[in-house]
Ligand binder design. Structure first.
Ligand code: FES
Length: 117
């Protein structure tokens, strides 16, 4: 749901995301909607574009599945790049040093709001 006169979108209730859990989202319709995902980590929530800087693939192969087994990093299912949850920086794999596209994200009345670039 788009907020009036802005590029902010209400994505989800915060309690719909488990601790160390993720939630995919899509904004827009037609041929080129924006695909992203939320990560709840500790007391914080992060939002990223679902686009790997290595080869441009989406990061996940199954719904809402973006984390390593220990749930401490983001992993790309295509070739195994590992990303820091807080910064989006690739710390291991074929694109070390590159970053996921991080989105502004905040909570308002229990809703997770993201701001598209
Ligand atoms: S496309 Fe993500 S690691 Fe290759």
């Amino acid at each position: 749901m788009k907020n009036r006169n802005s590029n902010e979108f209400s994505i989800s209730n915060i309690d719909e995301i488990n601790d160390s859990g993720c939630k995919e989202f899509k904004v827009g319709e037609g041929d080129w909607p924006f695909h992203g995902f939320l990560v709840k980590y500790g007391k914080n929530i992060y939002a990223y574009k679902n686009y790997c800087p290595h080869a441009g693939h989406q990061l996940n192969w199954s719904p809402d599945n973006f984390l390593t087994p220990d749930k401490k990093k983001i992993i790309c299912s295509s070739h195994g790049a590992i990303f820091d949850i807080e910064s989006g920086l690739c710390v291991s794999g074929p694109c070390v040093g590159s970053k996921l596209l991080k989105l502004e994200c905040f909570i308002n009345n229990e809703r997770v709001i993201i701001k598209l670039p």
